[in-house]
Write a protein that binds this ligand. Structure first.
Ligand SMILES: Cc1cc2nc3c(=O)[nH]c(=O)nc-3n(C[C@H](O)[C@H](O)[C@H](O)COP(=O)(O)OP(=O)(O)OC[C@H]3O[C@@H](n4cnc5c(N)ncnc54)[C@H](O)[C@@H]3O)c2cc1C
Length: 379
């Protein structure tokens, strides 16, 4: 399969590019909400507009009222989100939670998917329990209680945790903390008693929570999939999320790179445009190549995932690690090539560095994924 978009995907890319540049721009969204210290860290009005564009339910099957599109299409939207640093719950709700809900009962789908498709609801996903991504260890426990379960434990860095209408929680229903089996996913509603959030603003101005479950009573129908059978669903959620985060990272890299190349064509020093200095030309062309390679890896991974390939899981880690390197280079070179003003808040380039830092940590950094590739390849 070629590593570029087909006609329909190219049309979607045109639409997403102009919509996000217009409505999701840094001035209209990121700076606007950041400077108002918005408790959610994103605008609900934009979320509704994204629903009107058909974006929110892209990965929801047509039988469930969605568009039944794939990860290539979701990645197109995510790349534009990254390019414009648009704060939105698209990745957590429309990619991660939507992937989990694919495995849910008709009752769960009926309860939550219409709100997602209409842009009325926001979802979060709670997996990690420490500062670093480590999904192999799930200590948060759900014990049988009457016809349902009682959830006890805590989750860290739950993106949009406090604004979410529902949180997908990975909990242990049997076995010990490090066991691969014995995991169950639950759809925990916003108003669940004995759930508390400690909200923290991250370096990119997004808001996450450290969430505590202190004996949260859940009905049996809150279970997504089978009791004790959640590991496979969790892996599917993580793969979709990592590929999505990688696509957003490509957008961050491209946004930072484009802004920097524009700057090289405007800024004069020693009587010349700085872009005329060969030292900077070499660095810019190296950066361009790295971003193109990262983008190709991401498109390949999206295609494999949409095609149901067994390689998609391994490639999701290749993509996440490669993008972390390329986007890291893009934001560092961006700030460096802007000179002193690159350090200031007046210029947007530093905001790319901040988003890159948060995105790199989300669902595993470059080291986590390089190690995962090695382990999955038998090393
Ligand atoms: C944290 C911080 C504190 C500072 N404190 C002070 C201070 O106390 N006093 C003060 O006077 N200044 C201060 N500065 C400013 C600092 O000295 C300048 O930022 C620095 O000299 C670079 O100049 P510039 O910002 O105009 O970048 P520019 O000269 O515009 O450079 C932009 C980019 O072009 C590259 N470039 C420029 N010329 C060439 C060339 N001929 N060949 C190849 N590449 C080139 C640069 O390496 C850079 O990547 C500070 C800067 C920072 C970041």
């Amino acid at each position: 399969m070629p590593l570029y978009h087909d006609d329909d995907q190219a049309m979607l890319a045109d639409t997403a590019t102009s919509f996000m540049a217009e409505e999701g721009s840094i001035a209209k969204q990121l700076r606007h909400w950041r400077d108002r210290d918005c408790k959610d860290g994103f605008g609900h009005e934009l979320w509704k507009q994204m629903a009107e564009m058909g974006f929110t339910g892209m990965l929801v099957g047509e039988d469930d009222g969605g568009l039944g599109m794939g990860h290539v299409e979701a990645g197109i939207v995510l790349e534009e989100i990254g390019r414009n640093l648009t704060p939105s719950p698209f990745l957590t709700s429309s990619v991660l939670a939507a992937t989990a809900l694919k495995h849910g009962s008709n009752d769960l789908k009926g309860r939550y998917l219409p709100g997602l498709i209409e842009g009325e609801s926001v979802f979060a996903v709670a997996i990690d329990e420490t500062a670093k991504h480590r999904p192999s260890r799930i200590a948060c426990r759900a014990e049988k209680s009457g016809n349902g379960f009682k959830l006890t434990g805590s989750k860290s860095f739950v993106i949009h945790g406090a604004s979410a209408d529902m949180i997908v929680v990975a909990a242990r229903t049997s076995g010990s903390d490090e066991d691969a089996d014995g995991i169950t996913l639950f759809a925990v509603p916003k108003d669940a008693a004995n759930m508390s959030h400690n909200a923290v603003r991250l370096v990119d101005s997004s808001v996450a929570t450290h969430t505590k479950f202190d004996g949260v009573e859940l009905d049996g129908d809150a279970v997504i999939g089978e009791v004790d059978g959640g590991r496979e669903i969790l892996n599917a959620v993580l793969t979709a999320g990592r590929v999505g985060a990688a696509a957003e990272g490509v957008g961050v890299a491209r946004g930072a790179m484009d802004m920097t190349i524009d700057y090289l064509k405007q800024r004069k020093q020693f009587g010349k445009l700085i872009g005329e200095f060969q030292a900077l030309q070499h660095r810019a062309s190296h950066l361009y190549s790295e971003v193109e390679i990262a983008r190709a890896v991401v498109i390949k991974t999206q295609q494999l995932l949409d095609g149901g390939s067994e390689q998609a899981e391994l490639m999701s880690s290749v993509a996440k690690a490669k993008v972390a390197k390329a986007a890291g280079l893009a934001v560092k070179e961006g700030v460096q090539m802007h000179g002193g003003i690159g350090m200031t808040d007046e210029y947007d380039i530093g905001l790319y560095m901040k988003r890159d830092r948060a995105l790199q940590e989300f669902l595993g950094d470059a080291y986590f994924h390089a190690n995962r590739v090695a382990e999955m390849s038998g090393y």
